[in-house]
Design a protein. Structure first.
Length: 144
């Protein structure tokens, strides 16, 4: 599956025939949105990946790590919700959105296990002292 085209495999899951290109612009836009979201949490190539046709594969985005296969399902579900949301009930869309959230969380946890970044900002010594200038001193007395 890693060598499968991202566009072709996504179209298959959506129920769109490979030969049918009528919806490719819409599907590509939604796929690229999902890929960008994953890239923001550290999944995929550092420079990101944008697909414009069926030439890019899952391996281009995920490499050879099978632990990232959840990303495929994430992209499929995000694309489905944006391209062809279920109209049957609120429960169906809520169920899909819950699955999308879970996949996002699992992928984020997987990435953090390999390259965790401390969210606490480093203290810059020259910025330790903050000088507060009362507003009156600047504008109230005609200083500026």
């Amino acid at each position: 599956m890693a060598s499968a085209s991202i566009l072709t495999s996504t179209k298959k899951v959506l129920g769109v025939a490979e030969a049918n290109t009528d919806f490719d612009v819409d599907i590509l836009m939604h796929i690229n949105s999902a890929l960008a979201t994953l890239n923001q949490i550290g999944i995929g190539p550092d420079a990101g990946l944008m697909i414009e046709d069926d030439s890019k594969t899952w391996e281009d985005f995920l490499g050879a790590d099978p632990r990232l296969n959840l990303a495929q399902q994430y992209v499929y579900l995000r694309t489905r919700v944006l391209f062809d949301p279920p109209t049957s009930s609120w429960h169906a869309i809520n169920s899909i959105n819950s699955m999308i959230d879970e996949l996002y969380w699992r992928l984020s946890i997987k990435r953090e296990g390999e390259s965790w970044t401390d969210p606490t900002p480093a203290v810059v010594p020259e910025l330790e002292t903050l000088i507060v200038v009362p507003v009156n001193d600047l504008w109230g007395s005609g200083g500026i």
